[in-house]
Design a protein around this ligand. Structure first.
Ligand code: SF4
Length: 390
């Protein structure tokens, strides 16, 4: 009799723990595990499943999603953590009205303003980056975009100098590109990866920027891909967007074939329209990173701006949530914790800061789906529940 009762108890989809009054939902546990196993075996989760993960609220469920995300990171990325840093190559007075940005000319923020950077500060940044095991140094400019002309020549000179210096991979984030020739010139100068965040979902984008469009961002990415340049593209969370928006952003990043996916967390800057924005709870941030890992298993998921101020003592948990890369050094307009502290954090977790990163681990060789799972997804593959192991 007792045995029968026990069986009935354990086969129920909702089990009550004898230690606490909180409900343990076995079906949730099973679904998280199924999705984790699907991704580990090379499958691709669909939008409905992804959204279900984003919508989980229970802390125990979030830790379970993180545990799977950590396993997925280890499976596809090993124990290497890639580090990137940036140089603010042209600061302030930007013509665009992105509501989160201290460098927009629309807002009074007290952020520094200067023209395009000379070779010396870039060389110094490359030396420092190399000393700290940093993979890539990104030249970041606060302007709408880059056209053909003397400024493009100067940008190409800086890229060439970093490349020839041989210390770090030259990356750049230089705004919108309006023709193929500009992208080709950057490639010829030695650029391997271009940072161009989608920032948020297609639906939410007009809420934070109206001076250019989501479509223009996609168009820029198209030129860069055609030139053979890898795409570093992610977004900012905590701007008032919904979980659905975050999910849509991750799905869009999968579709465009982003190789590196920065996850920034809004750091509300005084003087911007978002200065009073309520911060996201740290567990919501960690869950978002974990959901991104489920959707983008092979990509570098890089936690970037806003990590220190939003996660505080929970910063090291980003790796347990599936992050495989970290922006180190100071951000464009805000301070980060010292690089030495980040390196210590990574080593204390048994992880390895890896300066010699390439993108080979993102190629899928295991499937007969005709796609490279994650970096060059075909539209029909994105919709598929899973691709079939060869
Ligand atoms: S995010 Fe970039 S484009 Fe937007 S205002 Fe800032 S510098 Fe300009």
């Amino acid at each position: 009799m007792t045995v029968t009762r026990a069986c009935e108890f354990w086969t129920s989809s909702t089990m009550l723990s004898s230690m606490s009054s909180s409900a343990f939902d076995a079906s949730t546990h099973e679904r998280i595990s199924e999705l984790g196993q699907l991704v580990l075996s090379g499958g691709v989760i669909n939008r409905e499943a992804a959204l279900w993960l984003f919508d989980l609220d229970n802390t125990a469920d979030i830790f379970e999603v993180m545990a799977w995300a950590n396993r997925i990171r280890e499976h596809y990325k090993g124990n290497k953590i890639h580090l990137c840093s940036i140089v603010n190559a042209k600061a302030g007075s930007c013509s665009e009205n992105c509501k989160f940005c201290a460098q927009s000319s629309f807002y009074q923020t007290g952020s520094p303003k200067y023209g395009f950077v000379d070779p010396e500060p870039v060389e110094e940044a490359a030396v420092e980056a190399k000393q700290n095991d940093v993979t890539a140094l990104g030249l970041v400019a606060a302007w709408k975009g880059l056209n053909e002309g003397p400024m493009l020549d100067e940008v190409c000179d800086r890229i060439r100098e970093i490349k020839e210096g041989g210390k770090v991979r030259p990356d750049a984030s230089l705004g919108l590109i309006k023709n193929q020739r500009v992208a080709d010139r950057l490639k010829e100068a030695g650029l391997e990866c271009y940072g161009h965040n989608l920032e948020s979902s297609r639906n939410f984008f007009p809420e934070h920027c109206t001076t250019h469009s989501f479509e223009e961002r996609l168009e820029t990415i198209g030129y860069l891909k055609k030139a053979g340049i890898k795409i570093c593209s992610g977004g900012i969370i905590g701007m008032g967007e919904s979980r659905k928006d975050r999910c849509d952003l991750a799905m869009e990043l999968r579709e465009i074939g982003a190789s590196v996916v920065p996850v920034n967390i809004l750091n509300p800057i005084e003087g911007t329209p978002y200065e009073g924005m309520e911060q996201l709870p740290p567990m919501e941030i960690l869950k978002t990173i974990a959901c991104f890992r489920f959707i983008l298993p092979r990509q570098e998921i890089m936690v970037a701006g806003g990590r220190t101020v939003n996660l505080r003592d929970l910063q090291s948990m980003i790796f347990a949530a599936g992050a495989s890369a970290l922006m180190v050094g100071n951000y464009l307009t805000t301070l980060n914790q010292p690089v030495e502290k980040d390196l210590q954090m990574i080593r204390d977790l048994g992880l390895d800061p890896d300066w010699n990163a390439d993108f080979e681990d993102q190629e899928c060789e295991d499937h007969d789906c005709g796609s490279s799972c994650g970096c060059e997804l075909e539209p029909e593959h994105v919709e598929a529940e899973a691709c079939v192991p060869a």
